[in-house]
Design a protein around this ligand. Structure first.
Ligand code: GCB
Length: 605
C-alpha cells in the first residue's frame, strides 16, 4: 500500500487540525446529515478520551463523530481523489455530505476511500467520520461489551494498556492520476559488494513502467524497465543497524514518452535470516537491545506526535538501544520511516493482544472459558486477525528497519485450539512475506512443556516477570526460575531466544537499601539479575525491557496512575534503570551484550 506523497504527478492536502466532535448519545440519530450540533471540538491527530473532562466521553462505548468541511483543490478535475485515514481506532464509517462512502475495521492500519465520483474539484464538502473504539470477538484486539449493574455498557478487554480511540493519526485528501501505480514491493539482497533490489510494480492499467534507483547523493546507480525486475548496485552500501543507508527507487508509468505517474520509495539494502540459534542481519549475528514501547502520551493518548518521535529516538540512542518492538499494535508509519532513516531495528507487531482468557484467571492461568472458542477468539476473530496481517504487511513490507513480524502478544498458546487458530495465520504471513522471520511473545504460563505453537515460528520471544509477578521481591529465587525456564526453551527448540518483555514497576523517587519492590534500586537489580542469566546463554539474541516509558492503563486494574515499568517516566525522565541500561548497552560496563569484543571506552557519540 502506497502512502500519500507529493510527487510530480500527485498532490496532497493534510486535514489535521481541530474538528467538530460529538458522542452518539448526544446528537441526532443520523448526525452526518447536517452540521454536528455539539459544543465540542477535538484535535486530530489525537485519541479523544483524555481531551475532555467528562468521564462519560472518556469511557464512551459506541460511536463518536468527527466533522469538518473539506475543499477539493480546483486543479484536481482530471484526477482520482482519495481520502486516507492513517488510522481510525478501531472502526470507522465515512460520510461525504449525506452519504456513507466507506467503512473500515481495524484501528492501527490505514485505509483509503475513493471520492472521485462523489466530490468535485474546487468544491467544498462536509466530511463526517464516525469512529468506534468498541472491541468484540470480531475485532483485533478482541474484547467484549458487558452491561454493568447500573445498566451502563462497559468495554472489557484483556490487555492492560488503556483502550484509546479516535483519529490518532493524520487524515489526508490526495490526488492520483487516473492511470496510476497502485503498489510497489522491493526485496533486497547482496553478494559480495553487489547489491540487488528485486522490484515489483503494480499498476491500474497496463503501461510501460520505468524504474531507477538513486543513491543517497541522488546519483542514479541502476535503471530497468518492466513491472518486475532486478536492479544491481555495484559497490553497494548496506543498510545496517546503527548505520542506516537509504537508496531511493522511483517508479514511473509512461505513455508515448509522457510520465503518467511517478512514485518514490526508500530502499535499504539488507538481508534478514535465522540460522540455527542465530538471528542474522546482513549475514552477521545481531543482538537486539531495546524496549517494548507504546504509543502513549498525556492528553494525546495514542495521538502521533513528531516531537515525541524525535525525542524517543534520541533516548533510544542515549540508552544504547538498537531496536524496539511495536508492542502491541502497528505504530504510525512516520515511526517506521524514522527508524529506516536512523538505523533502528523494529519488530513489527500486530494488534493481536489479549487472545488469552488465562490472563483473567490471574497467576493460576486457568481460563474461565476456552480462549479459542466461538464465545471469544473464534472464526470471526481469526478472520479479523488475517485481514489485519494482510493490511500490516501491505503497509510495512518495504521498511528495511522491520526485521521480523510478531503475529501476537501473549496468546493462549498453551490452550487447545491454539494450533488450529495460528496455523493458517502463519501460512498467510509467510505467503505475503517470505523474507522475514516470524515470532509471537510468549506469556508466562505458556511454558516449554505446554506451548502448542512454537514449531510454527522462527524465534522464541519470551515475556517473563520472575522477580515481579512471580517470586516478587525475591531475586535469588527469580534467578533460578528464569535460568530453568530459558534452559527448557533452549533444549526444546534450538531456536534463537529473545526476551521480549521483562520489567518491574517502579515509582521514581522511591529508594531503599534493600531489594524492595517499586524502588528505583529494585528495578536496577531486577534488570541486572535478568542480564546475568541472559549472558549465560549463547542462544540468546536479545533483550527488550518492558517498558520504554510508563503508560496509561485501563480503569479496572490495580495500578497507580498506570503501568510504571517504564525506565523513563511518561514524560520521559530517566529512572535509575535508564542509566544502568545505558551502561550495559553502550558497553560502558566492560562488554556490550551479544559481542565478544572489548568495552567501548567512550559510549558518548
Ligand atoms: C505483559 C503484557 C504487557 C503488560 C505487562 C505488565 O505480559 O504483554 O502488555 O503491560 O505484562 O506490565 O503486566
Amino acid at each position: 500500500m502506497l502512502k500519500p506523497k507529493s510527487t510530480p504527478t500527485r498532490e496532497l492536502v493534510n486535514l489535521d487540525g481541530v474538528w467538530r466532535f460529538a458522542i452518539d448519545t448526544r446528537v441526532d440519530p443520523e448526525p452526518w446529515k447536517g452540521l454536528l450540533t455539539t459544543p465540542l471540538e477535538a484535535a486530530v491527530p489525537a485519541s479523544y478520551n483524555d481531551l475532555f473532562t467528562d468521564a462519560e466521553i472518556r469511557d464512551h462505548v459506541g460511536w463518536v463523530y468527527y466533522q469538518r468541511p473539506v475543499r477539493v483543490p480546483r486543479g484536481w478535475g482530471d484526477e482520482r481523489i482519495l481520502l486516507r485515514f492513517d488510522a481510525a481506532t478501531h472502526a470507522a464509517r465515512v460520510y461525504v455530505n449525506d452519504a456513507l462512502v466507506g467503512e473500515h475495521i481495524g484501528g492501527y492500519t490505514p485505509f483509503d476511500i475513493d471520492l472521485t465520483d462523489v466530490v468535485s474539484a474546487g468544491e467544498e464538502f462536509r466530511l463526517t467520520v464516525a469512529v468506534s473504539g468498541d472491541l468484540s470477538n470480531e475485532t483485533i484486539p478482541p474484547g467484549k461489551i458487558e452491561v454493568g449493574i447500573d445498566g451502563r455498557r462497559k468495554q472489557v478487554y484483556f490487555h492492560d494498556f488503556y483502550n484509546y480511540a479516535g483519529l490518532a493519526r493524520s487524515v489526508w485528501l490526495y490526488s492520483v492520476p487516473l492511470t496510476r501505480i497502485t503498489d510497489i514491493t522491493v526485496v533486497t539482497d547482496f553478494d559480495g559488494s553487489t547489491g540487488t533490489v528485486d522490484y515489483k510494480v503494480a499498476t491500474s492499467w497496463e503501461r510501460e513502467v520505468r524504474v531507477r534507483l538513486a543513491d543517497a547523493s541522488g546519483t542514479v546507480v541502476a535503471e530497468a524497465s518492466g513491472t518486475t525486475g532486478t536492479l544491481e548496485i555495484p559497490d553497494v552500501t548496506l543498510w545496517r543497524p546503527g548505520a542506516a543507508y537509504l537508496y531511493e527507487l522511483t517508479a514511473e508509468m509512461v505513455e508515448a514518452g509522457v510520465v503518467l505517474d511517478s512514485y518514490p520509495v526508500s530502499v535499504g539494502v539488507r538481508t534478514v535470516a535465522v540460522r540455527g540459534h542465530e538471528f542474522l542481519i546482513n549475514g552477521e549475528p545481531f543482538y537486539f537491545t531495546g524496549f517494548g514501547k507504546h504509543e502513549d502520551l498525556a492528553i494525546r493518548g495514542k495521538g502521533h506526535d513528531n516531537a515525541f518521535l524525535v525525542h524517543d529516538f534520541q533516548l533510544l540512542e542515549w540508552t544504547g538501544a538498537n531496536s524496539f518492538r511495536t508492542s502491541h499494535y502497528p505504530y504510525a508509519e512516520e515511526v517506521l520511516d524514522f527508524a529506516d532513516r536512523h538505523g533502528i531495528v523494529v519488530i513489527d507487531e500486530t494488534a493481536a493482544v489479549g487472545l488469552n482468557m488465562g490472563v483473567v484467571g490471574g497467576m493460576s492461568g486457568t481460563p474461565p472459558f476456552p480462549t479459542f472458542s466461538e464465545q471469544y477468539a473464534g472464526a470471526a476473530t481469526q478472520a479479523a486477525h488475517a485481514q489485519h496481517i494482510r493490511e500490516l504487511i501491505a503497509r510495512d513490507k518495504n521498511h528495511p528497519s522491520v526485521v521480523m513480524w510478531s503475529i501476537a502478544n501473549e496468546p493462549a498458546s498453551n490452550e487447545e485450539g491454539a494450533l488450529e487458530y495460528f496455523t493458517p495465520l502463519v501460512a498467510l504471513a509467510r505467503e505475503l512475506d517470505p523474507t522475514r522471520p516470524l515470532t509471537y511473545s510468549l506469556v508466562m504460563f505458556a511454558t516449554f512443556q505446554n506451548d502448542l505453537i512454537i514449531d510454527l515460528f522462527d524465534v522464541v520471544s519470551m515475556n517473563r516477570y520472575y522477580g515481579w509477578y512471580v517470586a516478587t521481591g525475591d531475586l535469588k529465587s527469580a534467578e533460578l526460575y528464569l535460568q530453568g525456564d530459558i534452559q527448557g526453551w533452549v533444549d526444546r527448540t534450538g531456536k534463537p531466544i529473545l526476551m521480549s518483555e521483562y520489567g518491574a514497576d517502579t515509582q521514581p523517587g522511591v529508594h531503599s537499601v534493600w531489594d524492595q519492590v517499586w524502588t528505583e534500586e529494585y528495578q536496577v537489580h531486577y534488570l541486572e539479575m535478568n542480564h546475568r542469566v541472559f549472558d549465560r546463554f549463547p542462544q540468546f539474541v536479545g533483550e527488550q525491557v518492558w517498558n520504554f516509558a510508563d503508560f496509561a492503563t485501563t480503569n479496572g486494574l490495580h495500578r497507580v496512575e498506570g503501568n510504571k515499568k517504564g525506565v523513563f517516566t511518561r514524560d520521559r525522565k530517566p529512572k535509575a534503570a535508564a542509566w544502568a541500561l545505558r551502561k550495559r548497552w553502550r558497553g560502558l560496563d566492560g562488554r556490550k551484550p551479544g559481542s565478544e569484543g572489548t568495552a567501548e571506552t567512550d559510549g558518548q557519540k
